[in-house]
Write a protein of this length. Sequence first.
Length: 193
Amino acid sequence: MRVAVFASGRGSDFLSLVEASEKEDLGWKVVLLLTNNPEAGAIEKAIAHNISYKYLNRRDFEERGDFLRALFSALEEHRIDFIALAGYLRKMPPEVVERFKGRIVNIHPALLPDFGGKGMYGLRVHQAVLDAGSEFSGITVHLVDEEYDRGSIVAQRTVPVLEDDDAETLAKRVLEVEHSLYPEVITQFAKRI
């Protein structure tokens, strides 16, 4: 299964997927990084691992249709079977969701359905968990649909919230779990596709 990872940030989840697919034959391989941020750290990681990357930002296109054509062209050029969002801070266009229905997942750094939705990413999520007084946070991998963080849940893992946690310490522990869970989930999809 040929996987495209969409990422906007430093790329730690992207790297965990790349390294997992390089270590052993899991039935899938990351072959493309797609980013909307020309300064994303994920780009350096893609270059270091000899993985193609493509920068595409909707704002750079006068017409939405031109953006979609460029996006689909990149996916077709690399014969993409599956899409994994890894800190991609844009909503998936409905046309992409439709074409890859059941083959796009996202990883969210909290337990959904709580602590999700537009603007809930990064330290904001972890601070919201702390502000709510939750005993647990965790990771959710879900199918992507037309709404932020609303697709069917595929897998979750919990992470305890400790008394002395702040958003950064909680984020660090949650990220460790992300890096182990996400490759496992994609491996399960590869067995079915």
